[in-house]
Design a protein around this ligand. Sequence first.
Ligand code: ADP
Ligand code: ADP
Ligand code: MG
Length: 642
Amino acid sequence: MFQKILIANRGEIACRVIDTCRRLGVRTVAVFSDADRAARHVAMADEAIHIGGPAPKDSYLRGDAIIRAALDTGAQAIHPGYGFLSENPDFVDAVTAAGLVFIGPSAAAIRAMGLKDAAKALMARAGVPVVPGYHGENQDPAHLEAQAGQIGYPVLIKAVAGGGGKGMRLVERPQDFAAALQSAQGEAATAFGNPAVLIEKYIQQPRHIEVQVFGDGTRAVHLFERDCSLQRRHQKVIEEAPAPGMTAEMRQAMGDAAVRAAEAIGYAGAGTIEFIVDGSDGLRPNGFWFMEMNTRLQVEHPVTEAITGVDLVEWQLRVASGEPLPARQEDLTINGHAFEARLYAEDVPAGFLPATGRLAHLHFPDGARIETGVRTGDTISPWYDPMIAKVVTGGPTRAIALRALEAALVDTEVAGSVTNLDFLIALTRHDGFRAGQVDTGLIARDLDALVAASEPQPVARALAVIGLAGLADPSVKGGMTLWQPLRRTIHWQDGQAVLEVLGPGAARVTLDGQPHEVRWQGDRWWVDGSLCRHRITAHDSGVSVFGAGSLHLAPLDPLDRQADAVAGAALTLSPMPGLVKSVDVRAGQTVKAGDRLAVLEAMKMEHSLTAARDGVVAEVLASAGDQVEAGAPLIRLEDADA
Ligand code: ADP
Ligand code: ADP
Ligand code: MG
């Protein structure tokens, strides 16, 4: 076993790798950017080396700086985590050339799976079923369109160098093919520097089922499947293992195919074979097809650990240090069921926009495995993936594990940034999901209801007003203080309510003309006569109410309000942190409401920013290539006759 390793990553995955290293007595070296000086992974590691600026290209993607840090600290091996350099074969070559061990597969294995078209061809030769389609070299639009016709609509156009759902277009009708092809190629060229695409049959009612594999460079075993069908825009939201409805026959067929795929490329370490499954008629052993291989540890690996009892990071370290595969296939069994929910700083009603903020309050429940890279007071910065934590639960049955996930999410508390917490809770209560009827379209189909269910209810708002008035503080006895009037208006940043103290432990809160009677005893609360399970917490950025629908009220800052009023609708602000891809207007240009002003790239997606009203561009405050924070002014408009 290694004595010391360097972890070339940040956030929850760096912390998770350090946890296992500690247990195995392996010393750890963290690396960090300017934005991460005080990050949790830095605090947890035995040593930490600064490697550059906050932008990934200046730090976590700098293979040279990372290898130098490993050599300088005497680390013997590098764990890449996921994302960043984890699937970069040139980095693997450089690590090896420096005399260090890369904890993962060979550069050759990563290259073999790097492009989706070559990977599909390789898998087909190895006898692994692949999605019917065209993955040849001819990129002539007329040829691709003819291929699409032969495959039969609907078809999916995919960037061969794609990842994170980018460069992908569903085409339902032949007349839409040409335009979709052009836009997929354009996106692929910008995102991956490679416009090549492949065409695939679009599988109806698709389920995403992937198999965890583990190899020693020659032989491989599988650790069963994960179902990742709960997706939003091709991004995973909740994952589980095993897959609902899986049969022994299909599991055997998928496991065999995955092992065949891994052995065909001499795979070493942890990897995932992603399959698309036709879920329109139950699970059938001839109804799954290879999509791609992820040659790294996957975000959702904890659900596999929960059902197999294997620590996959321990296996990675053991195999990379020269030990044989820690188990034979027949030693591996499934025990119970597990779920993982990805808790993100994002604005769900605004279309799941990534968010940032300082986490003024953070609390996780016992009874769930929590993987996180942040603590109370830490900041979700615009520079990296806005994940706050992964919440993982297990149980003897699917129903029990899902109830445990719901309970764990209800007991999770985050303040200081908007999050998808309430959306995740709504998902755990979705009837189809509860019944195990999952497919990749579930979230999109029921999006409106899921988002509505996660909006704060009047009960939570009434309680938040009580908190803001200082009545939830147990030291304020019964809410009665000598100097406060019994009836007053409580203001917060974007609203107000009338509060009347009725007596000890009782008040009336009037919100939008609607009165609510709140009573309390200790930390038990009744609103309009019903006992509620909410918790009220005051912190340095306001007051939060948690439990089945969270809500945050920040006290009014009169200066903020003035600034807002002056700016009006004339300023187009960046709605989220991101990279300005293009600015489409010049100063002096006349625009109409709805015209595109600029394109912002954030979190793997491009967003058009449009004019809120008619006007003339007075000032362009950003240019293509700028990295901007949420709220940064981009374009200022003035009235045409001004
Ligand atoms: P998984 O199947 O493990 O969820 P993803 O494709 O979602 O894999 O990616 C895992 C992680 O890798 C993400 O959380 C992100 O940090 C990083 N990542 C993946 N694709 C991209 C991309 N196109 N740009 C930046 N980061 C990416
Ligand atoms: P990425 O590299 O972006 O992860 P994948 O090829 O893994 O791309 O596909 C991402 C998601 O797109 C899958 O999880 C699935 O939801 C959907 N998808 C991919 N291929 C198909 C297909 N042929 N039919 C239907 N859905 C598909
Ligand atoms: Mg994928």
